[in-house]
Design a protein around this ligand. Structure first.
Ligand code: G6P
Length: 761
């Protein structure tokens, strides 16, 4: 910095000096020219006025009269004197001071007389700078009879010029000083200061004293730089903690999955093949905010799981562009690079009309397939018009996917969920060289239940276009194979869990989805009593025991049954009245659908009824928080709760249960879990309940509140270890590994004969 300042000062001084000297030189030239002109003019005027007087006396030869005239003009400003010459250029008379220096006739005298006009010239006479002006003298206005020379001292012009040089030099010096000081101050305030603050901040980031988003100094001039630095530091911190984690895991000889391991794994498995993910929900939604927009990341386990995969291989995610500012933020091919502040992969948005969204998403997917697959006693609604939209939208997505893979050989495609049952077949028909997997995030019911769907054959046929179909648990795979066996002409291989239909082989396997629990030692300090009290105070809750529920308000989640169990518990164990509060975070969901809209009202009314029954001035048993909460907010609630209640009537996996475990680095808190969730298969240390059995759930609440701290810790530790070992990175890694191992069969190679005799795979 010091070297930079010194160089800057030298450059400034040289620059300013050079500029002001050039300017001064020009000034001097102009001034000098003006002074000389002025002197010439004066000489001419004097010459003209004297000539008339002198001519008469010269003509008469009156030397005395001439002498008098020249002596009269001896003392004018800067005038040295006057001299008169005769026709032969000889000096006739001259002012006394002039006579000794005019020993030789100046050359302009004969010139003026010869050419009969006035001449002036600057020259040296006896070591003196003078100006001589010679004007011819005439007899009777015709014949030249001599010349009049006017001699001025021109030395003062040089003196004036020297003075101007001196003054401009001094003022240049002052300018240099002032400008240098001002520039240095500007540099210090607006460049050096912020750079020093940034350096300090970066040092703090490097040493982990602040996070990249915190305390960024105000860098008006360097904002783009600051953003880049923040992103860079975040990546560095991530890399550092990943490396630390890897080292710790190596030390403990445990082979756990991390985002980095998944990235390496995916790169190796894909071997440069392009990866595409297709889902209905997009990972980044642009939502209008006044004149600008903001980016919303939907709280979804899917984004957590698939983002590291896409980042690792710079893949493409195709999804419905549902945000009201989505169209403004894509390029002409409806693509954008995401994550917005660290672009690593491409998001391709698909636009749906209101009618398509209504028929495909709200109608067929969520009023038809959702209740069909969740046995939660809400009757599925199958409208032919919804089915038409479902087919149309699947075709639209297929067209987009085919466009995206047009020039790509052997692409790998991961389709997500019940919104896209027809997509595998539509893609494979056009691109048999693509590897296609579909993961079904919700349960698959038994064949009788699924059989009520009027389009079950079409759905199954569409799904069987895939090379691999994934469910959360084995029993969903079994249900699926039974449904296929019962419904379609195909060969189901129960030994290898695969289906051969129309010459194509589809493997069916469980891949239990999970959360991003990777740490095996607590990182955050345990939540203090004060932090918990402060959080609860915001809700006016002041009790020793807190229960928590976190759900989309969906009839499959068993929220009403949960409230009934709380009521039963408080009735049965009145000592807990005033001592236990249940906080229910309920994110309104799919509220355009009447069943969901009504459910929201029902849940609110039920909470109110129970509260009215028990509440006192200072306490009520249920706090219902009806809004979408951010990830961090939910983490705080998870960490403040004594128990978490998950009472789904039916659930593919249920990630709330696993998120609660992931948040409890303090190894405290009890999980009460419905036995109808996929998660229940992996977590026998939860208190498993049948949510329809209100008494059983009430008993589980009591058991959780009265469990010894040692048992709570032992159960929590075992469950956390299971989730850590089977985390979301393992889920994505196994799904991709299995898909990459599929042996692709090109249809032309497969004959009916081969179909009849093919050995079991
Ligand atoms: C379930 C589905 C997901 C869906 C999520 C949220 O978990 O399996 O595909 O994204 O619910 O529902 P939404 O309809 O709001 O996307």
């Amino acid at each position: 910095m010091r070297l930079f300042s010194a160089r800057l000062i030298i450059a400034l001084i040289l620059g300013i000096t050079l500029a002001s000297l050039s300017f001064s030189y020009y000034q001097v030239l102009v001034e000098r020219r003006g002074l000389r002109r002025d002197l010439e003019h004066r000489a001419e005027v004097l010459g003209e006025s004297l000539a008339g007087n002198v001519e008469h006396d010269l003509d008469k030869g009156s030397t005395r009269a001439l002498q008098r005239i020249v002596e009269r003009f001896g003392n004018r400003e800067h005038l040295i004197g006057i001299a008169i010459y005769d026709q032969q250029n000889d000096l006739t008379v001259a002012t006394p001071v002039l006579a000794p220096i005019l020993k030789v006739t100046p050359s302009i005298v004969p010139q003026a007389l010869r050419e009969n006009r006035g001449f002036g010239s600057f020259q040296r006479l006896a070591d003196q700078r003078v100006h001589i002006y010679v004007i011819p003298l005439h007899q009777a206005e015709s014949e030249v009879i001599g010349g009049l020379a006017i001699v001025h001292d021109a030395e003062y012009i040089s003196a004036d010029v020297r003075q101007i040089w001196r003054e401009t030099f001094l003022s240049a010096l002052v300018y240099v000083l002032i400008i240098t000081v001002i520039t240095l101050l500007i540099v210090r305030w607006s460049i050096a200061g912020p750079i020093a603050r940034t350096a300090q901040w970066m040092r703090a980031l490097r040493t982990g004293r602040v996070s990249a988003r915190q305390h960024a100094p105000d860098l008006q001039l360097f904002r783009p730089l600051a953003r880049e630095v923040a992103t860079l530091t975040e990546s560095l911190n991530e890399a550092r903690s990943a490396a630390k984690n890897e080292a710790r895991l190596r030390e403990a000889s445990v082979s756990l999955w991390t985002a980095d391991r998944l990235a390496v794994h995916v790169r190796t498995r894909l071997d440069r093949a392009h990866l595409l993910v297709v889902s209905n929900r997009e990972p980044y939604i642009h939502v209008r905010q006044g004149r600008t927009w903001e980016v919303v990341v939907p709280p979804s386990g899917l984004v957590t799981a698939l983002e590291p995969v896409l980042r690792a291989c710079d893949g493409t995610w195709v999804a419905h562009g549902s945000g009201d500012a989505d169209a403004q933020t894509v390029d002409e091919h409806d693509r954008l690079r995401v994550p917005p502040d660290d672009p690593r992969y491409t998001l391709r948005r698909v636009w749906l009309t209101k009618q398509e969204e209504e028929g495909y998403y709200y109608g067929f997917a969520n009023e038809g397939l959702w209740p069909l697959c969740h046995i939660a006693h809400t009757r599925p609604i199958f409208r032919a018009s919804d089915w038409n939209y479902y087919q149309e939208v699947n075709h639209k997505f297929a067209k987009t996917v085919l466009e995206e893979i047009e020039d790509i050989e052997r692409p790998v495609i991961l389709l997500q969920d019940y919104h896209f049952a027809l997509l595998p077949r539509l893609i494979k028909q056009q691109r048999p060289d693509a590897r296609v997997a579909i993961f079904w995030h919700i349960p698959w019911p038994n064949p009788e239940a699924f059989g009520i769907c009027p389009w079950q054959r079409e759905l199954l046929d569409g799904l069987l276009g895939a090379d691999l179909i994934g469910f959360h648990i084995q029993s969903h795979c079994n249900n699926f194979l039974q449904t296929v066996d019962k419904t379609l002409e195909s060969r189901v291989d129960w030994e290898h869990f695969s289906v051969r239909r129309l010459g194509h082989l589809t493997s069916v396997k469980p891949f239990p989805i999970s959360v991003d629990l990777v740490e095996n030692t607590p990182l955050d300090p345990p939540v203090s009593g004060d932090a918990r009290a402060a959080l609860l105070k915001t809700l006016s809750v002041d009790v020793p025991f807190v229960g928590l529920g976190v759900d989309r308000v969906d009839y499959t989640k068993g929220i009403l049954e949960r409230f009934l169990a709380i009521e039963r518990f408080l009735d049965k164990y009145p000592q807990y009245q005033g001592q236990f509060t249940f906080i229910q975070i309920g994110a309104p969901s799919r509220t355009h659908i009447k069943r969901y809209h009504d459910l929201l009202t029902e849940v609110e009314a039920e909470a109110e009824r129970i509260n009215w029954h028990f509440q006192t001035d200072k306490w009520k048993p249920i706090v219902f928080l009806k809004r979408q909460h951010g990830h961090q907010e939910i983490q705080d609630y998870y960490r403040a709760a004594d128990l978490c209640l998950v009472t789904s009537l039916h659930d593919g996996m249920n990630l709330v249960a696993k998120e609660f475990l992931a948040a409890r680095q303090d190894e405290r808190g009890v999980l009460i879990l419905s036995c109808f969730t996929g998660a229940a298969r992996e977590l026998p240390d939860a208190l498993l309940v049948n949510p329809y059995d209100i008494d059983q759930t009430a008993e589980a609440i009591r058991a959780a509140l009265e469990m010894s701290p040692e048992e709570i810790q032992a159960r929590m530790r075992r469950m956390r270890n299971i989730v850590m070992e089977h985390n979301v990175y393992r889920w994505a890694g196994s799904l991709i590994a299995d898909l990459c191992e599929v042996r692709l069969e090109v249809p032309s190679e497969i004959s009916d004969k081969a179909y009849a005799t093919a050995p079991a795979e």
